[in-house]
Design a protein around this ligand. Structure first.
Ligand code: MG
Ligand code: FE
Length: 169
């Protein structure tokens, strides 16, 4: 059996591993994007937010007397997303990356929604506040990606049919 606090801590550690993966994905995308400056700028912003989220989760876990988990602990749970973005050889890398990013942000939204409910149930107001601080950043990133997918697709298609231009990234 596990009490509310045990579950809360497990989920905080999962979230920390998730943010580590987010950081890896976003920095890979940032360094590879060349021809889509708006997307790149938004990714840079969210990379900074992600680093702040990771630090906030570390502080939260430290306050609860726990170590953050490593990517190894979480194993295959989220690796599929990494692979989606890791498939850099694809010719529509920018589109696949934005799609994977949208999926990932929605996983984060679900994770922090669960954490907020679990923190409430455990009566841990500080953890609840930390997660409530993070959640809107994930929602904003998901919404930005969704809103910009049509324009990004158009830009990709235009570049694809223009001789001498690279569309891929
Ligand atoms: Mg995040
Ligand atoms: Fe995020």
């Amino acid at each position: 059996m596990a009490d509310k606090r045990d579950n809360l801590i497990d989920w905080l550690r999962d979230a920390h591993a998730m943010e580590q993966q987010a950081e890896q994905m976003l920095s890979a995308q940032k360094s590879r994007l060349e021809n889509y400056p708006k997307l790149r700028t938004r990714i840079e912003k969210h990379l900074e937010e992600t680093q702040g989220q990771k630090a906030l989760l570390e502080q939260t876990l430290a306050r609860l007397g726990k170590e953050p988990s490593t990517l190894k602990d979480i194993g295959g749970k989220l690796m599929a997303f990494g692979q989606a973005v890791g498939g850099m050889a694809v010719s529509d890398e920018v589109i696949k990356g934005a799609m994977a990013g949208y999926v990932f942000e929605n996983v984060e939204i679900a994770a922090y929604t669960v954490l907020i409910a679990a923190a409430k149930a455990a009566g841990d107001v500080e953890t609840q506040k930390a997660c409530e601080q993070i959640l809107p950043q994930e929602i904003a990133m998901a919404e930005w990606l969704k809103e910009h997918l049509p324009e990004l697709t158009q830009a990709f298609l235009d570049r694809s049919e223009t001789p001498g231009l690279e569309a891929k990234r």
